[in-house]
Design a protein around this ligand. Structure first.
Ligand code: NAD
Ligand code: DAU
Length: 342
């Protein structure tokens, strides 16, 4: 691929993908289209300062003019742009529909007009809903249970419909929970690591026995590059880390790496509709020759170290960003006031 459009490239996974693409394919032209919402951060793209094969476009994927500008001359599109936080979607879901459904539609329309060779829609394992035993395969029915995953499911199926109806070479990927450097500190791992560094409480929802399959972000980025070059249009691929861990175990692991006491854990009111467990079969992707390199032990160690070494990245967000402060207050103040020790 000569020129690749990375939408949402200023976010956590999109920026990792852009950095991976630059490292692995030094001749690729990279265009990033990003609205720079609260989750977008140009610090994540510092590597590209002065790079002649890189262009940044500030814009909304739901704005046809911005999309037309960014997609000009591109032969591949990877859509990372999304509203991504489940808890925020429970408080207000309008933006999720605008970006995760309508924005995907605008991108697909332009991709069809331009005639791109590949369109990868980055979906999520949350579209399957929860699974108490076993693991989801790509052919399982979709049963999203919160407004974020329902909106992502709309984008996922809309993307596939452009393959089935118009022959647009779309690939859909459904990844499990990512973690690693540059993770916005509203999500479980970066929130708990940065709170623990500052001896602040760690607000664990419900009984803490919810299970996620953790995928190191660099493994996800490599899987996407692999699928860009080797995936088959019209197909959907699960991308998982093979690391199922309960939230309470992760919390204890973080505290132990940092040498902090377990008394920082606070059991707080649960997330409504909280999916108990996610698990993916990645047999289809592994049969093509991809597998994750990071086990959870290695990945969590290096993630915690990254946050310890990069306070200059997260402290301004947590201490000075009004959008973060307001969110924290709205989601956690009452929960923490009525919390119990673990
Ligand atoms: P993130 O919240 O860190 O970043 C999202 C990025 O999209 C930000 O840079 C933001 O500014 C940008 N954006 C939001 N709305 C936009 C719009 N309307 N137009 C243009 N840009 C916009 O998200 P992330 O964790 O990096 O997730 C990236 C993608 O991967 C999302 O599609 C998400 O659904 C999917 N995904 C995430 C995970 C995970 O664990 N984080 C797992 C599976 C799938
Ligand atoms: O599974 C893929 C999904 O993973 C992605 O599609 C989403 O974009 C991404 O945000 C993530 O969703 P989760 O809801 O699983 O991630 P989060 O980090 O918000 O929560 C992980 C688990 O930790 C979940 O069981 C809820 C719990 N949790 C989370 C927070 C923020 C807590 O107990 N306390 C918290 O404060």
């Amino acid at each position: 691929m000569k020129r690749v459009l990375v939408t949402g490239g200023a976010g956590f996974i999109g920026s990792c993908f852009a950095r991976t693409l630059r490292a692995e394919r030094p001749d690729a032209e990279i265009v990033v289209l990003d609205k720079l919402t609260y989750a977008g951060n140009l610090e994540n793209l510092r590597l590209f300062d002065g790079d002649p094969l890189y262009r940044f476009v500030k814009g909304d994927i739901a704005d046809p003019e911005a999309v037309k500008d960014a997609m000009a001359g591109c032969d591949a599109v990877l859509n990372f742009a999304a509203e991504t936080h489940v808890d925020r979607s429970l408080l207000s879901a309008g933006h999720f529909l605008d970006t995760d459904v309508k924005g995907v539609f605008v991108l697909l329309e332009e991709a069809r007009r331009v005639g791109v060779e590949r369109f990868i829609q980055i979906s999520t394992d949350e579209v399957y809903g929860q699974i108490l035993e076993g693991a989801f395969t790509e052919n399982d029915p979709l049963n999203p249970r919160n407004p974020y995953s329902a909106a992502k499911c709309g984008g996922d199926r809309l993307a596939y419909s452009f393959f089935a109806s118009f022959g647009l070479p779309v690939i859909v990927t459904r990844a499990s929970n990512n973690y690693g450097p540059y993770h916005y500190p509203e999500k479980l791992i970066p929130l708990f690591v940065t709170n623990a560094i500052d001896d602040l409480p760690l607000p664990l929802y419900g009984d803490g026995k919810y299970v996620r399959d953790w995928l190191y972000v660099e493994d996800h980025a490599r899987a996407l590059l692999f699928l860009l070059e080797k995936g088959t249009p019209g197909e959907t691929y699960n991308v998982g880390g093979g690391n199922e861990v309960e939230n309470i175990e992760i919390t204890r692991r973080i505290l132990s790496i940092l040498g902090k006491p377990e008394s920082l854990i606070r059991k707080v009111a649960d997330r409504p509709g909280h999916d108990r467990r996610y698990a993916l079969s990645t047999a289809k992707l592994e049969a093509l020759g991809w597998k994750p390199r990071f086990d959870f032990e290695t990945g969590i160690e290096s993630t915690v170290r990254w946050f310890v070494d990069n306070e200059a990245w997260w402290r301004p967000i947590k201490e000075r960003d009004v959008q973060f402060r307001e969110w924290y207050q709205k989601n956690y103040a009452e929960r923490l006031a009525t919390s119990k020790p673990a």
